[in-house]
Design a binder for this molecule. Sequence first.
Ligand code: AMP
Ligand code: GLY
Length: 452
Amino acid sequence: MKILVVGSGGREHAIIRKLAQSPKAEKIYCTPGNGGIEADGAECFDISATDIDGVVQLAQQLAVDLVVVAPDDPLVMGMVDALQAKGFMTFGPKKNAAIIEGSKVFSKELMKKYGIPTAKYEVFTDSEDAIAYVREQNTYPAVIKADGLALGKGVILAQNENEAVEAIRSMIDDKKFGESSSTIVVEEYLTGPEVSVLSFTDGKTMAPMLSSMDHKRAYDNDEGLNTGGMGTVAPNPYYTEDIAKECMEKIFIPTMNAMNAEGRTFEGCLYFGLMLTPDGPKVIEYNCRFGDPETQVVLPMLETDLVDIMEAIYSHTLSGVDVKWSDGCCTCVVMASGGYPLSYPKGLEISGLDSRGQVDGCEVFHAGTKLSDGKFLTNGGRVLGVTAKGLTLKGSIDNAYAGAAKISFENAHYRKDIGQRAMKALISDPLDLEYKQDLEDYLEENGVYLRQ
Ligand code: AMP
Ligand code: GLY
């Protein structure tokens, strides 16, 4: 099969590497791709991921058998519908289902209507009404969210009234995110560990992937600004078997059924951003796609052929596929440009990578890189996701950091504590047998003792 992947980040590189392991994948193309994706064997093109006509034409020109649309914008804009109209097999939801990420108001109303646990909320289009509501509630942090897509920056946790008023005015009156923020959601602040669960679904079957934990802040100990994600580990130790069962019954299956009942069957990868609150798991957000950098730790653990899964979702036969995951753990450490998530330079030479953009013992997923005269140069904020497996969480963390230590570029920045929160959870909260085993292995390897 000839496969075209739309997108250009670490997530797309991880998808491509997994697709390439399929005996069915004879040629993989990517648009626009990046330096590492190209060096790794996928032919790249200059067509932007949001250029629907351009991507349809490219798919026709290359006569591909499958198009995987990875990023949120083209999915929300209806790229899958346009490709299917020309007869292509696709992976990703149609426009009427991608709205689950494209509109927070839609997703909150869906959850309310179908009794899916989430934070309480109100919707506003008038800033004075929203401000009056926040003043009346008088509980901080106040959570203020733009309705539409906002490059991952549409959520503000206002610590006091002034911050809340400023956030509301900037979104509704100053149109900080354009039309995306002319409607806002103000919701209850929830607490508890966060878990990301991506799930394959064809609208009939939910096949959740391994759980994972993102690290969103720029610096160690969760300090600094929010970023697209500075690293991930899988599985997430807070996500026990009991919690997984509860999520399946109260969140995953009800969401699939709700979308069907609304005539918006979701086909693709549905991302559940969950918070494990004292009142049970609740949905923080839905995404209509693979997460970034969650995909980088989840797909390397997938044992089943990804092309088979994508074909089965397209033909609504996912129930016939046994989706299997490896034992052990996986860690991704994101190497970013100094200055990210604010301003940063581009074009710095990266050293330590082999000709395919890889290092021994790891999978290096390229995000912001380009190839120039056979050299890899930085070309974005998040540059590389250095990813490694291990039998234990500690093992995978050590392997990923050993890989990152081999790579350098001027002012490279990466967090040194990716996975530490998960390690603490394992040590203080070995809730189920699988993790007890992991904990015992860890103790044996490291001579660390449990707090009594
Ligand atoms: P989102 O872009 O919706 O993933 O939100 C970004 C981050 O804001 C989440 O990962 C949470 O850490 C935080 N967040 C969002 N909604 C809430 C909420 N209702 N309560 C507490 N934290 C939240
Ligand atoms: N890592 C969060 C996201 O992909 O939205």
